[in-house]
Design a protein around this ligand. Structure first.
Ligand code: BGP
Length: 480
């Protein structure tokens, strides 16, 4: 098949504030929950320390890759790469250091003014995630994050500040990154701002499902209210979901495995997408809550709020697929929010995330069939250990990964899916979310910085940079 993406296809790249910016306490920024996570690895869990103690631990977000001072150079590199869209997030604690202030921190806003100015200079469309795995630490300690309904008000104050300030600068918004992460216990901390008593690490969190689903409900309400509010400020604003799509296959054709797979898909993927796109809780969640004796408070006006604040387009992250089975002794594999049974037909990365390009075409068809709204893939990529040799990085494994996934995207477009954009994770190396490592790299641009923040911070173009540049320039034709 001859490959050619639509000429208006939004070729992009993604990052998130707490993983890229650094400058964790500069110009009035308050500490956020990401700033309280120590360095970990694939085998060592990241500790969560509410008292940030830099003399004892290394906290990767404090320096990250110092986008805060390198943003001009980085955006120029993104422009040279050919990006049409840049997915980034805004640090809540840079704008509202405690989260509870009436007035925003002007210095924080000025930083983003400058970032958007650079984007505009190169005609790069910003796609802004309002909430990406961080909130002011003060809201975690004072109100237990999103488990308290009060959080909606603070979030909307933050969102309104952004909508008004960037009314003519930003068109595409994502209210919450991977909102469905709160369907698993691992989402408590960095998605919900909830630290249950006894939880010491990000990887092993104690769970109170009532609290967790209350937090998720509050985020759904906040998302819908933000959509509504945003459109009163600028009717041209477009809002997207962001679902961490863990595509699941039955490990065998045993009907029980198939049924269990369907239930996993409903809970992990469809639930949150349905609320944000269709504007209501899907029927299967009633049973799920009853069977698991999960209760949480909602207000009578909530269903109406959800109906009135649907997202315009569907976006998701896609890194892996997993298998589901009744068998207790199946071999297991890792994943970002959940692992699963190992698929004998797939290879996995060093961090044990299974690589499945064909699964992306399947997923695109699956979600488009369900929602029939434009789709964007807002994260996809391979975490790998890159080697800098004489100023070059020969990341042929990353090129192979992207090549295979892009071909499947082209096939999905050919199937009829309305895929409008792609922002791979990441435009430039950033700190890993799950392990805090720098050595789990995703970028097209290499940053000379090690796991402990040592290095020159110099930027280098990887082989994948030149390759992606060609792909974009030819609208994907070079993949044929
Ligand atoms: C997603 C997060 C990102 C990103 C990515 C890769 O779930 O939205 O912030 O980090 O996963 O994960 P990791 O950095 O753990 O390899």
């Amino acid at each position: 098949m001859k490959i050619k993406f639509p000429s208006d296809f939004l070729w992009g790249g993604a990052t998130a504030a707490n993983q890229i910016e650094g400058a964790w306490n500069a110009d009035g920024k308050g500490p956020n929950l990401a700033d309280a996570m120590t360095l970990g690895s694939h085998t060592t869990p990241r500790r969560i320390t509410l008292d940030i103690d830099e003399s004892e631990y290394y906290y990767p977000s404090h320096r990250a890759v110092d986008f805060y001072t390198h943003y001009r150079e980085d955006i120029a590199l993104m422009a040279e790469l050919g990006l049409k869209i840049y997915r980034m997030s805004i640090s809540w604690a840079r704008i509202f250091p405690l989260g509870t202030e009436e007035e925003p921190n002007e210095a924080g806003l000025q930083f983003y003014d400058a970032v958007f100015r650079e984007c505009k200079k190169y005609n790069i469309e910003p796609l802004v995630t309002i909430y990406h795995n961080e909130m002011p630490l003060n809201l975690v300690t004072e109100i237990e994050g999103w488990s308290d309904r009060q959080c909606i008000e603070y979030y909307l104050r933050f969102a309104k500040t952004l909508f008004e300030r960037y009314r003519d600068t930003v068109r595409y918004w994502i209210p919450f990154n991977e909102i469905n992460d709160l369907t698993t216990s691992v989402g408590n901390w960095n998605h919900g701002g909830i630290l249950n008593k006894g939880t010491e690490t990000f990887q092993h969190q104690l769970d109170q499902p009532d609290k967790r689903f209350a937090a998720l409900h509050h985020q759904f309400v906040a998302s819908a209210m933000a959509v509504r509010l945003g459109k009163t400020i600028n009717p041209d604003f477009r809002f997207g979901t962001m679902i961490c799509h863990i595509t699941v296959y039955p490990l065998t054709c045993r009907p029980e495995d198939v049924l269990l797979t369907q239930q996993e898909d409903q809970l992990r993927n469809c639930f949150s997408g349905d609320v944000q796109i269709k504007g209501e809780y899907p029927y299967f969640m009633k049973r799920y809550f009853e069977r698991n004796q999960i209760t949480f408070e909602t207000l009578p006006e909530d269903p109406q709020i959800l109906r009135n604040g649907c997202c315009d387009f569907y976006t998701f992250s896609y890194y892996m697929t997993n298998c589901i089975t009744m068998q207790k002794d199946a071999a297991l594999v890792s994943g970002n929010i959940m692992g699963g049974a190992r698929n004998p037909y797939l290879k996995a990365t060093e961090w044990d995330w299974q690589i499945d390009p064909v699964g992306l075409r399947y997923t695109l068809n699956h979600v488009y069939d369900r929602y029939r709204v434009p789709i964007m893939i807002t994260e996809n990529g391979i975490g790998a250990r890159d080697r800098l040799e004489d100023g070059a990085i020969h990341d042929d494994y990353r090129i192979a990964y992207y090549r295979e996934h892009l071909i499947q995207m082209a096939l999905a477009i050919d199937d009829g899916v309305d895929l409008i954009g792609y922002t791979p994770w990441t435009a430039i190396d950033v700190v890993s979310c799950s392990t805090g490592e720098m050595s789990k790299r995703y970028g097209f641009i290499y940053v000379d910085c090690d796991d402990h923040g040592n290095g020159t911070m110099k930027r280098y173009k990887k082989d994948s940079y030149y390759w992606y540049q060609q792909v974009i320039a030819a609208d994907g034709e070079s993949l044929s």
